[in-house]
Write a protein that binds this ligand. Structure first.
Ligand SMILES: [Zn+2]
Ligand SMILES: [Zn+2]
Length: 174
C-alpha cells in the first residue's frame, strides 16, 4: 500500500460539512463518511482486502492506538462520523451503557415504549437479561396486574367447570 494515495482515498470519502449534532451542538459539524458502511460505521480497505473502521483508523493514525478493553465512543452518536473531536476513548462497558452498541441502543432512550420515564425510581435491571438491560417498573407492574387478572379469570372458570361437572354427575346418578 502506498501511503499518500490511501490518505487521499480516505479524505475523498469524508464530507466535513455534515450536520451539527442536535443534542451536542457545541461539538460542531460531523464529518460524514460517504464511503462503505457496516453497522452504520465507515469502512475502508487498507489493502490486501483488509477493511478497517474509518473513524478508528483516523484516530489511531493521528492519536495512537486505542488500548485493549477500550473503545472509541461517538459523542455525537453519529456512527459514520470521523470527526476526532466527536470521539472519546472510553471503556468498552461505558460505551455499551451509553448505548452505541447496536443491540443496546435502547439504553440511550429516556422513556420506555409506553412513555414511562427511565429514571432511578422506575428502572430496574432484570437478572435474567444479564442484569444490564433496563426495564420499566411501571410496565412490569402493569404486566403483573394483567397476569393476575387473567389468572383470576382462569380460576373462576375452573370453578365453574367443576360445578358444572358435579351437577352433571348428580343429574346422571339420579
Ligand atoms: Zn460527529
Ligand atoms: Zn413503561
Amino acid at each position: 500500500m502506498r501511503y499518500g494515495p490511501f490518505i487521499e482515498r480516505f479524505w475523498s470519502r469524508v464530507e466535513k460539512n455534515g450536520p451539527v449534532p442536535e443534542y451536542r451542538p457545541e461539538l460542531g459539524p460531523c464529518w460524514i463518511w460517504i464511503g462503505t458502511l457496516r453497522n452504520g460505521y465507515g469502512r475502508i480497505n487498507i489493502g490486501g482486502k483488509k477493511l478497517v473502521t474509518a473513524h478508528r483508523w483516523l484516530w489511531e493514525h493521528k492519536r495512537g492506538l486505542v488500548p485493549k478493553g477500550f473503545e472509541l465512543d461517538h459523542l455525537c452518536r453519529v456512527r459514520r462520523c470521523v470527526n476526532l473531536l466527536h470521539l472519546e476513548v472510553v471503556t468498552a462497558r461505558t460505551n455499551w451503557l451509553r448505548g452505541s452498541s447496536p443491540t443496546l441502543k435502547n439504553l440511550s432512550k429516556t422513556h420506555c415504549q409506553k412513555g414511562h420515564p427511565y429514571d432511578e425510581a422506575n428502572t430496574y435491571y432484570p437478572p435474567d437479561r444479564g442484569g444490564r438491560a433496563r426495564a420499566c417498573k411501571e410496565c412490569a407492574r402493569e404486566r403483573g396486574r394483567q397476569y393476575k387478572a387473567r389468572h383470576h379469570e382462569r380460576v373462576i372458570q375452573a370453578h365453574r367447570d367443576y360445578r358444572k361437572k358435579q351437577a352433571q354427575l348428580r343429574a346422571h346418578k339420579s
